[in-house]
Design a protein around this ligand. Structure first.
Ligand SMILES: Nc1ncnc2c1ncn2[C@@H]1O[C@H](COP(=O)(O)OP(=O)(O)OP(=O)(O)O)[C@@H](O)[C@H]1O
Ligand SMILES: [Mg+2]
Length: 304
């Protein structure tokens, strides 16, 4: 087991603190991200839709995460493959959300929380010295369990909000909002009511609105923490179809308690138990021929 006192995310001591490292002596922030590029689809496989934009993968090595003295994540190493959907499954409390929050540096915002280990976005160490945390969170967007549109804002402003929060200027705002709503498969349903409140939409539409808000800032990776758990089966299927579209442009990580959902959308599935990664393999293998008996017990409903 890793000793939390002897290992840090990087050599940068700020990375183990619960602040976001905004100290004045820090090197100038930099945008740590590779440019996005068009591709011929070389990453795709026969069963995939064509890859339209190559997204970077994420590589996690030796991740340990703590809440105070509570050791929530134990020496987890996992690869999230570019332009693929990785599902994270496991019982409640097994650490799935914590891993997600470590990937986009939100974990450190929780008082008393810290993490050690390494998280690479392609070739960039997201806990590296001088990395701009805001740029990391822009590159690695997150969609939450409960749709969370800004309650006082219109549909249009909800999508534009991410752009404003990230200080993105010099773009055609109307065009970007429309593209994002198209990308989230919501445009046709809302194009005539863009000035109406976002919270006036149905739950499934609100979740697609939140996905539009996330993709408006052109992230490279999208983390989704149980994005369908508050939705009915029809709205859930819409989001699942959308996820399959989105992987043409983004690398996707989805936490789900729904085994069928993982089987439907995920290229690979990772099973977590008590803060440890037990198994990560192609989804069909995890569900039909898992290598660990604990995975088998979980996916066959014997516990969890
Ligand atoms: N803010 C927090 N403060 C203290 N402990 C926490 C906090 N958040 C999570 N934990 C603990 O960390 C461990 C992992 O929790 P986490 O939320 O990552 O699990 P999970 O797999 O996402 O569970 P669920 O499926 O219920 O969402 C649990 O033991 C949990 O109690
Ligand atoms: Mg969770």
């Amino acid at each position: 087991m890793t000793d939390p006192d002897t290992k840090t995310m990087t050599d940068d001591p700020r990375s183990t603190s619960s602040s976001d490292g905004g100290d004045a002596s820090a090197p100038a922030p930099r945008v740590p991200l590779p440019p996005r590029s068009a591709t011929s689809g070389a990453v795709s496989t026969a069963t995939d839709r064509e890859v339209l934009t190559t997204a970077p993968g994420i590589s996690v090595t030796g991740l340990d995460a703590f809440y105070g003295s509570g050791h929530a994540i134990k020496d987890v190493s996992i690869e999230y493959v570019p332009n693929k959907v990785t599902a994270m499954i496991g019982p409640s409390g097994s650490g799935k959300s914590t891993v997600l929050r470590c990937i986009n540096r939100m974990h450190e915002e929780i008082p008393g929380a810290r993490a050690t280990g390494k998280v690479m976005l392609d070739t960039d160490d997201i806990y590296g010295s001088g990395v701009d945390v805001v740029a990391v969170r822009r590159a690695i967007g997150m969609v939450f369990q409960k749709p969370n549109p800004f309650p006082t804002m219109s549909i249009f402003d909800n999508v534009a909000a991410g752009l404003k929060l990230n200080g993105i200027k010099g773009i055609n705002l109307k065009e970007r909002v429309e593209q994002s709503l198209q990308g989230a498969s919501l445009w046709d349903e809302v194009k005539d009511r863009l000035n109406e409140p976002g919270i006036g939409l149905s739950g499934g539409q609100q979740q697609r609105l939140c996905i539009a808000r996330t993709i408006a800032v052109e992230p490279q990776v999208i983390l989704m923490d149980e994005p369908c758990s508050a939705l009915d089966p029809i709205a859930t299927l819409k989001i699942e179809e959308l996820i399959s579209d989105l992987k043409q442009r983004f690398t996707i990580v989805i936490v789900t308690h729904n085994m069928q959902q993982a089987a439907r959308v995920a290229d690979t599935t990772a099973f977590f138990l008590a803060g440890e990664l037990i198994e990560h393999a192609p989804t069909a293998e995890v569900f039909t021929n898992p290598s660990d008996s604990r995975t088998e017990e979980y996916v066959t409903g014997k516990f969890g």
